[in-house]
Design a protein around this ligand. Sequence first.
Ligand code: NAD
Length: 346
Amino acid sequence: MSTVRVAINGYGTIGKRVADAVDAQDDMEVVGVTKTGPSFGCEMAVRKNFDIYCTSDDPDMIASFESSPFKCKGGLKDLLSISDVVIDCSPGKMGAENLGKYQDAGVKSIFQGGEKHSLTGLSYTSCANHSENYGAETTRVVSCNTTGLSRTLVPLYEHCGSLKVECTMIRRAADPGDSKKGPINAIKPVLKVPSHHGPDVMTVKPEIEINSLAVAVPTTIMHVHAIIADLPEGHGLSTESVIEMWKSSPRVIVMNGEGNRITTTAEVMEMARDIGRKWGDLHEIFVWEDGVRLMGNRLYYFQAIHQESDVIPENIDCVRALMEIEKNWQKSVKKTDDAISSYYNI
Ligand code: NAD
């Protein structure tokens, strides 16, 4: 079978990572990435041998590349004309404008968590609803927080058959490369209660009853979730068996915090850098083993989310679902993760 031709529209924090992850796979290829104009981000596309296109078809915007060292091969329409699927990594809330362009070009599309579920009417997480997305025209890979919640809650739900969850998202204020956002010296509660994060899980697993609060804190490296899950009577689980369940779940790392001296997000990220992950990324959700406690039917735990990277491998599995390459989500996850590991030699 020929490789799937993937366009990346928006080559920023998520786009550059998704492009590398696509490039790592043997069943898909990057046919081009887009930039609004010549900027330092183009340099990496050149080094990776990715063709650069403009996010717009406006001749003036395309012409803005002419006086730069970066060759622009055309506008978005040109890129879409040679693509099977586009992964939209534009800043949140631009999706509505872009969806029509993808539909006009007859190209399948994948949006990110900055867009609302209503844009596509379908959302995606590898472990929750891969098969429901099989053959779809357009979908949305849910946000980093929703992806993280799904990774630990879906296996619990699969075991228990029902689940009621309350959680608090302790959110990073900005990404490390972002100089515009805050707070830098405050703790900022999200006053829209409940926050959208928990209920967003229900776009991929409606059976999980979940609500959330959120608060932004002055850090750039990770989100932390403080989660309370009520399991049904007769769940048959213990603290130890929940930990074992997550240890055998894909893209979840469970480690003893005190024993490994990895008690904060700073150390989790240092570990990601030590093991050679590009950009210091951690695609897995990190659960502190000694922070898990099941008391009767109530489960307490903390987990940490590397916001810039947990959704990256999900986008790859999502391409396989939309393009009907692999129906079994576990097989796709394994293929994706093995290819990324050997690409980075880790
Ligand atoms: P970003 O600002 O880092 O990158 C966006 C890129 O899109 C930039 O290169 C920008 O120049 C480009 N762009 C601008 N206008 C465009 C247009 N009209 N069409 C296409 N591209 C355009 O943003 P990001 O953090 O990569 O976020 C992208 C999406 O991923 C958003 O929906 C966001 O909510 C979601 N997301 C972000 C994170 C995160 O932590 N950064 C995590 C998960 C999901």
